[in-house]
Design a protein around this ligand. Structure first.
Ligand SMILES: [Zn+2]
Ligand SMILES: [Zn+2]
Length: 465
């Protein structure tokens, strides 16, 4: 079997893995690189020239895993598009949003190759999207069955616990079995239950390594981090301040809203409007609509019913009064210019009663990352649009992640015990940590740490008997 890393960068970047096995050709994920612009952000599809693609399997609907799909389908219009049933409810929204963002960036930044695709194209592609329940095997016959060593390849999806619809992908063929984790969380989140990967025994494991460079031995207990955040919010309210929690629209936002809904139910905070971004509200309603199809906790917690969600945008927040305590779960993770989170951060910084709480990753080269690294009462560069800011408000960070901790991944991989482990979806230091750790532990498998564009040739594993 041949496995190619089509991520155009060496960082976490865009997920896109090509797998050629037993005459079948799969692409696992089709993301765009969030830190690169234009064509440079697209997976290295030229590596596939002259080959066919039987199916694209989407692990989940985050930008770095799915936003390149229309470009892949332009090159390979006959490929099947396979995802979990839950993801099939989200994917069009996510793609339309990235088309809209690209259209805006064309004007704002003068990026002339944007948009890479438009809304009409997404509508034309949408009949191709096939959603399947987890743990129900799907026989994919692409070539003549007699040409394949062990009959048609079989694809099965397994709940990955990372965000609504996220799944791991198992591909069983006559030439061996592969499992791709996508992004995964082993611990339960507030809403979503942890990954359900039991029963797999792959020859080749392609595993995410997002948190490899992060020593989370002190913060890895999610329940404790949630408790800290609840207490911190109460303290801000008691001094009459407002709270800003920048979060990604899909996943983080719903987890934070669930926490607020539980706090409201328990009478810890008064029932009040919760200010969210437009996309965050849309995804929250989709989460609500799919409660009974989702492996989750709080099955009676309908977020949009429990909370009075008020949609904010960049213009509205400029003149919003902040005299009484308010809570914002605003959906612009990196706090880029021309977002509500950016405007709110400027307003929050000058008032010591307010607080900004980060609950996930913030890239140090973005306004969000610079704010996170700022020192109280010292000027810092927030964004190019405004003079340096001085932060007088409280700012804290809580480790409420949707990704597995590195130690959990190490233990799990040793338990699964594949013949080959491919380190995926991590910055170079993160992958290096895993590589080093497995060597220290004398793990019995071969470790691969492929760079951008690298091709791995892995021997076949013929089925016995
Ligand atoms: Zn993700
Ligand atoms: Zn990811």
């Amino acid at each position: 079997m041949i496995i190619s890393n089509l991520n155009p960068g060496n960082e976490i970047g865009a997920s896109a893995w090509h797998v050629q096995v037993d005459r079948s050709s799969f692409l696992l994920d089709a993301g765009l690189h969030p830190k690169l612009e234009g064509r440079a952000s697209v997976p290295m599809l030229d590596r596939l020239s002259g080959r066919d693609l039987d199916a694209v399997i989407i692990s989940h609907c985050h930008y770095d895993h799915v936003a390149g799909l229309p470009l892949v389908l332009r090159e390979f219009p006959r490929a099947r598009v396979i995802m979990s049933e839950l993801s099939s409810h989200l994917i069009e929204r996510v793609l339309h949003n990235s088309a809209n963002v690209m259209k805006r960036q064309r004007e704002e930044k003068g990026l002339l190759d944007y948009p890479l695709y438009d809304n009409r194209q997404i509508e034309e592609l949408s009949p191709l999207f096939e959603g399947f329940p987890c743990r129900s095997p799907l026989d994919c016959s692409f070539a003549m069955p007699e040409e394949m060593a062990g009959g048609a390849p079989r694809v099965t999806l397994y709940d990955a616990g990372h965000t609504l619809g996220a799944c791991g992908t198992r591909i069983q063929t006559g030439a061996g079995e592969i499992f791709y984790t996508g992004d995964c969380s082993f611990q339960d989140q507030i809403l979503l239950k942890g990954a359900d990967f039991d029963g797999i025994s792959p020859d080749v494991l392609i595993m995410e390594t997002t948190r490899g460079a992060y020593d989370d031995s002190k913060t890895s207990v999610r329940a404790r981090e949630v408790r800290r955040l609840r207490e911190a919010i109460l303290e801000v309210f008691q001094r009459g301040g407002s709270v800003l929690i920048p979060s990604f629209a899909l996943g983080r936002t719903q987890e934070i809203l669930a926490m607020l809904a539980v706090m409201t139910r328990e009478g810890m905070i008064p029932r009040q409007p919760v200010h969210v971004g437009g996309l965050g509200k849309i995804f929250t309603e989709i989460y609500d609509g799919l409660i009974h199809k989702t492996r989750r906790n709080h099955t009676d917690l309908v977020l949009s019913r429990e909370l009075n969600l008020v949609v904010q945008n960049v213009d509205k927040v400029r003149d919003l009064r902040l005299k009484t305590p308010r809570i914002f779960v605003v959906t612009a993770g990196m706090m880029n210019e021309n977002t509500a989170a950016h405007e709110l951060a400027i307003r929050f910084c000058s008032d010591p009663r307010h607080a900004i709480f980060f609950v996930g990753y913030a890239d140090p080269s973005t306004p969000g990352g610079r704010l996170r690294d700022s020192v109280m009462s010292h000027p810092f560069h927030f964004s190019d649009r405004i003079p340096d800011l001085v932060r007088e408000c409280e700012m804290r960070w809580f480790d409420i992640t949707g990704h597995a901790n590195r130690q959990e991944l190490v233990d799990w991989a040793l338990d699964v015990n594949p013949s080959h482990l491919v380190l995926a979806h991590g910055d170079p230091e993160a992958r290096a940590w895993f590589s080093h750790r497995f060597q220290e532990l004398e793990a019995p498998f071969t470790i691969h740490n492929p760079d951008a564009g690298e091709v791995l040739e892995i021997p076949d594993f013929p089925v016995s008997g």
